[in-house]
Each structure stands twice: as C-alpha cells, then as structure tokens.
Design a binder for this molecule. Structure first.
Ligand SMILES: [Ca+2]
Ligand SMILES: [Ca+2]
Ligand SMILES: [Ca+2]
Length: 303
C-alpha cells in the first residue's frame, strides 16, 4: 500500500494537506471543526462525514486515465504515397492543438524485449518509418532497424511524422518501453497501425502506465484495439528488414487513433505489450506513435 501523511492545519481553515507523490494537494470542506476532527462517539454524523472525506480523499489521490476520441490533421509533400505523413494538428471537441501545443517523446529506454524473431533476427521491438520517408523532406523520421536501442525508439517517436513509429513484432514475449516527455503532461494522443487483415484501424492492444517522479505506476489503462477510431490515414513502414505493405503496390494499412487524459500530470509513460501462447494474453504487437499535449495548453484553449 502507498503511504500517505495527513497534516491538519491548526487554524480554523478547514483544509487538509495530503502529501501525495505528486506534491501537496489541498482538500477542503471536510467538515472538520477547528483544529480537531469531530468526535465520532458524541456525533452520530461524524462517521458518515469521515466516510465522505475518505471518498473525497481517495478520488483526489488516485489518478485515472480517461479515454477520448480526437481528429488528426495531416499533410504530405506530394512526393508519393510511401513518403512522410506530417501531423499538423489534432482536435478534441472544440479544442485544437497545433504542433506548437504538442510535445513529442524526448527520451526512451527499453525495459523488456525478450521475444525472439528467429526468422529475421532481433527481438520484437523495431523502429519503422515510411518506405520513402528518408527521401521526403516534408518531416523528419527515426531510423529503420529491427535491432533498436532506446535512442532509436526515441528517434522514432521524437517527430511529427506519423509514419515514424515503434513497431512491435508478434513473437512470444514481452515488449516494454518507457518514454519520457520534457514537460509533464496530462493529455496523450496515440496512433496504432493495422495490417493486411485490419487495414482501416488498429489491430493491437497496448498497456499504458503513468509513472510518477519515482518511477511508480500511479495510473494504468489497457488500450484495446477496439478503442481506436479509424483515421483514414494510410502509412507505409520500412524497418530495415521488411515492409508494410509486404508487397510493392499493396494496399497500405491505416492508423487508428485514441486519446488518453490523465487526472494529474506525468512526464513518463510505460508502454507494454505481451504475446503469450493461445489462451494467454495476445496483444498482437502494437505499432504505435504517442505525442503529448504541451502542458500550458492542456486546460484551456477551448474556443
Ligand atoms: Ca522525411
Ligand atoms: Ca498493429
Ligand atoms: Ca505489429
């Protein structure tokens, strides 16, 4: 269990400060009288009030992810269908984030990648980019490699090119990547690529965990393939070993998109998928991009 400490003001201000991992959170109106709480023996309502306070306390203390849908606005150079796909903005309801309001991944490290690709080499994680994206100057992209390190995968995610993604193959094993943003954020935009059997949207699941400053998990949500909405954005992927679509001129897969809002701010996420034998967990190797809102924009800019 997480430890917490209550500090009760000795003044008449009815405020309790909770020392949580995210700092001091003020909870007000807890029904405390002066500096001392009500005596449960002499006040039959006190237990109920404390129960409400406890609920309020828990609601404030345990951050949660909420799923939301958003629209993606992209542009291409016109070089060709296998080139760059640059994200220019996203909208959620009445709120728009342009590139200046967003932040891409600043660092990444591979925590676990114990699958083995017997046929092609490497493990499950790969760094992919549009087949012709390097020839296309419309937007930067990361490397193409089936033996990436954390910096390679940070390079995959550290740009606005939606063809530049972390690819996960489907060999038995666990693939877990920690990504870091320069500034804390509470709004995250995810895209996931389908394949030949699921052209129009996501076909993989991904466990998303929010980490606090100590690296503890403070919230988690398993993003299911069914939670993504089709974007109509087709991409190609080359990872240095094989391509999607697998044959030249084949129909390229499209991206699904889904957002996660967190009730607090973090700068680190842990992204994990598992592939087990039939009957176990089968996340089917998520191929993803994640971009965060820049913090100043997260709570305003409705217009
Ligand atoms: Ca490019
Ligand atoms: Ca996929
Ligand atoms: Ca995959």
């Amino acid at each position: 269990m997480k430890q917490h400490t209550l500090f009760v003001h000795t003044s008449f201000v009815h405020t309790v400060l909770v020392h949580a991992s995210t700092g001091f959170i003020a909870l007000s109106a807890l029904g405390l009288t002066g500096c001392v709480g009500p005596d449960p023996l002499s006040n039959p309502l006190a237990g109920e009030e404390i129960g409400q306070a406890e609920q309020e306390f828990r609601r404030q203390r345990d951050p949660e992810f909420t799923v939301f849908s958003f629209s993606s606005y992209v542009s291409r150079s016109g070089e060709g269908p296998a080139g760059d796909v640059r994200l220019d903005s996203v909208t959620r309801g009445e709120t728009t984030w342009s590139q200046n309001d967003l932040q891409t991944v600043d660092g990444a490290r591979i925590l676990v990648d114990d699958g083995v690709d017997e046929a092609r080499g490497g493990h499950n994680l790969a760094s992919g980019r549009g087949i012709d994206s390097e020839l296309d100057g419309w937007e930067d992209e990361g490397p193409a490699t089936i033996t990436p390190d954390g910096d390679d995968l940070a390079g995959s995610l550290g740009n606005f090119n939606l063809t530049s993604i972390v690819v996960t193959r489907e060999n038995l094993g666990t693939a877990s990547l920690e990504v870091r943003f320069e500034q804390e954020a509470d709004t995250f935009f995810f895209w996931e690529r389908g394949n030949a059997a699921s052209l129009t949207t996501a076909n993989s699941d991904l466990l998303v965990e929010a980490l606090d400053g100590r690296g503890r998990v403070i919230a988690s949500h398993k993003l299911l393939r069914s939670e993504y909405a089709p974007t109509g954005i087709a991409i190609t992927t080359w990872n240095g070993s094989f391509a999607s679509p697998s044959t030249p001129g084949g129909t390229p897969p499209q991206l699904g998109a889904v957002g996660l809002a967190l009730s607090t701010k973090v700068s680190r996420l842990r992204l994990t998928s598992v592939q087990e034998a039939a009957g176990g967990t089968i996340d089917d190797g998520p191929d993803y991009k994640v971009i965060a809102a820049a913090p100043a924009r997260s709570h305003r800019h409705s217009h």
